[in-house]
Design a protein around this ligand. Structure first.
Ligand SMILES: *Cc1c(COP(=O)(O)O)cnc(C)c1O
Length: 762
């Protein structure tokens, strides 16, 4: 505010009785003691409002150093010796008198903006269009009420060349006061909420009430939607043709037309007008639109709740997706309860499908909203953001996508090649090779798989909890003795590989008085990992035959190099050793067990050795070293991220930790939020690894960080948020694995748990 009024001048303007005196000037005004920033030269208007009486705040303001007060005549206050008091009949009226007086000091044009919606937007638009040609004074924020207009006018100053003042009314009769204060030279009528026009019987009266503002204007600009009222409006006005801008909903065409006509009136040339109108700030000045849960679209505008802004938001909501259901949610704080009726009236005039007032401390019932456009409005002072966030669909920048249908097709492919009646045990250890056992295993069960393999007991427990029922068998390959309780409780089946372990497990069963518990025997036929030696077979059988607590459900071994045809002689030796063991048990054990020895690769190369079951791991997920059969399998894992930021790096600058990469030319880089903590290994630094953006290879530049990489996008036309493929069509799993000097198994199981898994079924 750039005021300078003496005490005497003010006394005359207010027609006030003055108590006290001062030679200091009044430089600015306040009416809310909580918002005092500069006490020197401040005049405090002791207004009484809805929730407070001005008088209570006089002392507070005085304590903060304010010495000039405008008070109602009947107020009892203790007059401070160093303060000055203007006693008036009506404090608000005094403020308005000061504003009116101040406005009259200036001869540059004053433009009043009114309309039931769109005032603030229009004011921002016009500022955008002309602020380089005119020195503009405009109402701060959406100050358009009886007090706000006065404060706006007090912003006028010598240096300006045009003023835009918003005027809004809530009661009949108010516009006359505003008109008297503003005395506009020009008028802008933004819009008359279409809904109002439909729903208010006396809408013409309502319009005429607003029209009072323009009665002495040189010229008022009104949208084409009022063409039908043309003959009934007094004064000078111009009906402006509508104007389309694809960035705004059709509801804005009227306002855009007014803006265009007004700019022409201000003598901007047509090229300039077009250029400015094409770059108008969108009304999402503060409205945020995002995807919600349950297919909802959420318009979040928890910035303020003034009626003007609410009206705009309601129009916007209607335009956004006209075919969708509309739900309005209002977060109403205690402090603003008195506004409820007015808000409700405005919302009802827009006829939404539902509307909800959410009182302080209550939650938005997101679970009841489906496929709707949900407009959420609240006062800024309310902690409503959290409530809104609850309705938001979680978006993850970096995701691992698992194609369940591909897994199913891979299994079918195996089934088609296997001899009839050979079962498949699905290996879902290490959380289904990193793809998420809680989702993949139940899917496999649905697809008919009844045998699962995990490494540890707790992985088996996870499967049971995810819904793998006891009609499915879960083999625990590396059971710890201390997990016997868990194994028994969850009906998991341990693989037994040593006499101590066999002994301990039988003891656990004896304590629980359980008999005929299914176990699997693991033999080491040459790999020299876990397992009984083939020579142990007689002793193993003797123990088991003498213990009713256990029965043999399976006998298996594991091949060391099933995928390497150069080592098939070694594999044949392993297979022969296994065959001897199986024959021995078939002959000497009463138990009808399943024999199995082949993993994914083995099943493709040695189908004649399937026995009763194969243990399918990596190929179920779509990967193999077998070049002839590779094309028959389908990759089930993709890995995507998106660009967080794009940067130009000038020639000679360095990128990343250790300044290990120097830009040899000017280049563009993208920052992608994936790092070695996610399984994108550090060894991929500086060109060893790449990602693909729009199908173009983008090498890593600089070192891989824990959570981020930088990639060269100089030859890609990329934008922020564009998809980054790490594993997918362009960079298949095995190519990526090779770049890290490893195999798909390690890539898959190294994908960090923190990344979101997305499951697709076609
Ligand atoms: C992991 C595992 C498999 C599965 O091997 P793939 O090569 O992934 O098919 C089979 N058997 C045992 C004992 C395993 O540990």
């Amino acid at each position: 505010m750039r005021l300078q009024y003496s005490i005497e001048a003010c006394a005359e303007i207010f027609e006030a009785e003055v108590v006290g005196s001062s030679i200091d000037s009044i430089l600015h005004v306040y009416f809310d003691s909580r918002k005092i920033q500069q006490a020197k030269g401040a005049l405090f208007f002791a207004l009484s409002g809805h929730s407070r009486s001005g008088n209570e705040f006089i002392e507070d303001a005085y304590r903060q150093g304010i010495c000039f007060f405008v008070i109602a005549k009947n107020t009892t206050v203790t007059f401070q010796p160093d303060a000055v008091y203007f006693k008036v009949d009506d404090v608000l009226n005094a403020l308005q008198k000061l504003a009116k007086h101040h406005r009259k000091q200036f001869t540059y044009p004053v433009v009043a903006i009114t309309g039931s919606v769109g005032k603030t937007t229009f004011k921002e638009w016009i500022f955008h269009c002309i602020s380089d040609k005119f020195k503009v004074v405009r109402s701060p924020k959406s100050f358009n009420s009886q007090i706000g207009v006065a404060l706006s006018l007090l912003e006028m100053h010598e240096g300006a060349s045009i003023a835009f003042i918003e005027a809004g009314i809530s009661k009949p009769g108010e516009m006359k006061i505003l008109q008297d204060m503003i005395q506009p030279d020009y008028g802008i009528f933004t819009a008359f909420g279409k809904a109002h026009r439909e729903n208010f019987a006396n809408n013409e009266a309502h319009l005429l009430e607003k029209w009072v503002l323009f009665r002495n204007c040189r010229l008022a600009f009104i949208p084409h939607t009022f063409a039908d009222l043309e003959n009934r409006l007094p004064g000078n006005f111009q009906v402006c043709p509508s104007y389309e801008n694809h960035r705004f909903p059709a509801g804005y065409n009227g306002m855009l037309g007014v803006l265009k006509t007004f700019l022409a009136y201000l003598q901007l040339d047509p090229v300039e007008i077009k250029e400015r109108m094409d770059s108008l700030p969108t009304l999402a000045l503060r409205m945020e639109v995002f995807e919600g849960i349950n297919g909802n679209t959420i318009i979040n505008d928890t910035y303020n709740l003034d009626l003007d802004a609410l009206g705009e938001a309601l129009i916007y909501q209607r335009q956004l997706a006209p075919e969708k259901k509309r739900i309005v949610v209002i977060g109403l704080s205690e402090k603003h309860l008195h506004e409820k009726l007015e808000i409700e009236k405005l919302i009802q005039s827009f006829n939404p499908d539902e509307f909800h007032f959410i009182p302080e401390g209550k939650s938005i019932p997101w679970e009841n909203f489906h496929n709707a456009v949900v407009l959420v409005k609240a006062h800024r002072d309310r902690a409503f953001e959290y409530e809104v966030a609850r309705g938001k669909a979680l978006k993850h920048r970096t995701i691992v996508e698992i194609n369940l249908s591909a897994i199913k097709r891979n299994i079918s492919f195996y089934q088609s090649r296997l001899p009839k009646d050979v079962k498949i045990l699905a290996m879902v250890k290490a959380s289904s090779y990193g793809s998420g056992a809680d989702k993949v295993a139940p899917f496999l069960q649905q697809s008919g798989i009844r045998n699962f393999g995990v490494a540890f007991a707790d992985e088996g427990v996870e499967l049971r909890k995810a819904g793998i029922g006891v009609s499915s068998s879960i083999v625990v390959m590396n059971p710890d003795p201390e997990h016997s309780d868990l194994i028994i409780e969850y009906r998991l089946e341990p693989a037994i590989y040593s006499f101590e372990q066999l002994d301990e497990f039988i003891t656990a069963l004896i304590h629980r008085n359980i008999s005929a518990y299914p176990i699997h025997l693991k033999f080491d036929t040459g790999m020299h990992r876990l397992g009984f030696a083939p020579a142990d077979k007689e002793r193993v059988l003797a123990v088991i035959n003498s213990q009713p607590e256990v029965q043999i459900k399976g006998i298996y071994s594991h091949l060391a190099d099933a995928d390497n045809p150069n080592h098939s002689a070694f594999t044949q030796k392993q297979l022969a050793a296994f065959d001897a063991i199986v024959s021995y048990f078939r002959k000497n054990s009463p138990d009808a067990f399943l024999a199995h020895v082949l993993n994914s690769e083995g099943s493709l190369r040695y189908p004649e050795n399937c026995y009763d079951m194969i243990r399918l791991g990596i190929s179920m997920y779509g990967y193999t070293e077998n070049q002839e059969l590779k094309a028959s399998l389908e990759s089930s894992v993709s890995w995507y991220s998106s660009i967080s930021q794009i940067k130009a790096v000038p020639k000679g600058d360095f990128i990343g930790y250790g300044i290990s990469y120097e830009a040899m030319e000017d280049m563009m880089i993208a920052i992608v939020p994936v790092g070695y903590a996610d399984g994108f290994r550090r060894s991929l630094s500086n060109g060893k690894g790449s990602v693909y953006i729009h199908g173009i290879q983008c090498p890593v530049v600089g070192r891989v960080c824990m959570d981020m990489i930088m990639v060269d996008i100089t030859s890609v036309n990329a934008k922020i948020n564009d998809t980054v493929e790490i594993i997918g069509q362009n960079q298949p799993m095995d190519v990526f694995a090779k770049a890290m000097d490893t195999i798909p198994y390690e890539v898959m199981t190294g994908l960090s748990r923190r990344m979101h898994r997305v499951y697709v079924e076609e």
